[in-house]
Design a protein around this ligand. Structure first.
Ligand SMILES: Cc1cc2nc3c(=O)[nH]c(=O)nc-3n(C[C@H](O)[C@H](O)[C@H](O)COP(=O)(O)OP(=O)(O)OC[C@H]3O[C@@H](n4cnc5c(N)ncnc54)[C@H](O)[C@@H]3O)c2cc1C
Length: 418
């Protein structure tokens, strides 16, 4: 089939790869000048099945209220006169029950395990390199009450099939010796030995090059304007705006939407209402100056809701969540809070005077569970809404959707959309 993939982030590129491997003729379209330049550009780098606890949980509403108005809060709702934001917020509240939490964790762990295995197979097949580390993820806690409270979600993840080992402070330091100066502050941790990390942007660029070698056609600098329905409940073509301002109508046999935070707006005129809202996050990337003091195991810092990955000679620290529309301006207070925390935990490890600061928009659904699967149009599919876990889920989501489009049943127990 002639399939057009809309969006060249990590999700779109992985989808194009698996569709091409399944024998389809694939064209990828993106408004930017190359692959992976939006949310997939400088994320936290974690391939984290163990990050399957959604933001929506029974404690979240109270916690969010407590953080309201605090500029450096890990999760900050800026209430706006935006109907989409309010609708998303109400849907989020409905996901905060114990039953929904259990269901969503089960979905995310199943997809995460499948996706990590799919990435490992891809690495073995292609030899792709992207500053990957395969030493697990250590989630550490500095507040004993937070450590105790985390046990419930950890057990739900274990029940769903995630390998998650409880660790004492001593054991945390044995796993990552760079944490040794913080010995007295660590209350405990959980370690997922099979999780990984790596540079999502580098991966996306490398995989796109391999797609080109397999015959995938790329059209960068080309914006998608509308999808035009045809006969018999299908999509006939896509209207594009080219870099010189002219328009083009491209006929298609199949179409996959991987437009991240822009997916919902494209789907709305077709009567498909996706609950995807942008959630802004930040990252800082620092050159390492003292490797002895720098971490190599990927870390999650529970108190500050930050993730840490070593990407070759660089440290990437990312996190925080701000519901503030489509704005990607860097807020000084948030960047400073991250830099302060890195200097406090790993003093002298990296050069904070040469920090690369970045903000991106997570395409978040209220449940954290993405949209993967078909729509009411027989040749229109979705692979979007990956929120906090798009890098983790990219290979699995791409491979599973390619299987479904090719008429096969993927080997993952996930509630695909119809
Ligand atoms: C601070 C931060 C930290 C994160 N850390 C992690 C992590 O550690 N692990 C993890 O798994 N995930 C993490 N994530 C989430 C992850 O980065 C995202 O889920 C993922 O990048 C989404 O990829 P995507 O391809 O769906 O979207 P994108 O990368 O945004 O790609 C969408 C593409 O569509 C294109 N596009 C949009 N509109 C149009 C249009 N009209 N026409 C043409 N092209 C268009 C864009 O140019 C873009 O290239 C993090 C996110 C943030 C913000």
């Amino acid at each position: 089939m002639k399939i057009v993939v809309l969006g060249a982030g990590v999700t779109g590129i992985a989808t194009a790869w698996y569709l091409r491997k399944a024998g389809h003729q694939v064209t990828v379209i993106d408004q930017r000048e190359g692959p992976g330049l939006e949310t997939s550009f400088a994320n936290g780098g974690q391939i984290s099945v163990s990050h399957a606890e959604p933001w929506a949980n029974p404690q979240a509403p109270l916690q969010i209220l407590r953080w309201l108005g605090r500029e450096d809060a890990p999760l900050l709702f800026r209430l706006r006169a935006d109907w989409q934001q309010w609708r998303w917020g109400f849907a989020f509240l409905r996901q905060c029950t114990p039953a929904r939490l259990r269901h969503n964790i089960r979905q995310l762990v199943a997809l995460g395990n499948y996706s990590r295995a799919t990435l490992q197979a891809l690495r073995a097949e292609t030899g792709i390199q992207y500053d990957q580390q395969t030493r697990g993820i250590l989630h550490f806690y500095t507040r004993p009450d937070a450590w105790r409270a985390a046990q419930h979600a950890a057990q739900l993840m274990r029940d769903a099939g995630c390998t998650l080992e409880s660790k004492s402070a001593e054991e945390c330091i044995a796993i990552e010796p760079a944490l040794a100066p913080q010995r007295s502050r660590i209350a405990g941790g959980t370690y997922s030995p099979h999780d990984e990390s790596g540079d999502a942007h580098r991966f996306t660029v490398e995989l796109a090059a391999r797609c080109t070698a397999l015959g995938v056609d790329f059209r960068f600098g080309t914006a998608v304007e509308t999808l035009l329905p045809g006969e018999g409940g299908s999509i006939a073509s896509v209207k594009l705006r080219l870099a010189d301002g002219s328009t083009e109508q491209l006929n298609l046999e199949g179409c996959v939407v991987c437009l991240g935070v822009r997916s919902a707006a494209l789907m709305r005129p077709l009567g498909i209402n996706l609950r995807i809202y942008p959630v802004k996050g930040y990252s800082v990337t620092l050159p390492i100056v003292n490797p002895q003091r720098a971490f190599t195991v990927s870390l999650t810092d529970d108190e500050h809701k930050l993730v840490y990955s070593r990407l070759g000679e660089r440290l990437r620290i990312a996190g925080t969540a701000e519901f503030t529309g489509y704005d990607t301006t860097l807020t000084a207070a948030r960047c400073d809070a991250i830099l302060r925390r890195v200097s406090e935990l790993f003093p002298g490890a990296a050069d904070t005077d040469h920090a690369l600061l970045w903000a991106g928009l997570r395409p978040a659904t209220p449940s954290n569970v993405p949209y993967i699967g078909g729509t009411r149009y027989r040749n229109l599919w979705l692979n979007t809404g990956h929120g906090t876990l798009g890098w983790t889920q990219s290979c699995g989501a791409g491979a599973a959707l390619a299987e479904r489009i090719s008429g096969r049943t993927p080997a993952v127990d996930f509630s695909f959309c119809e």
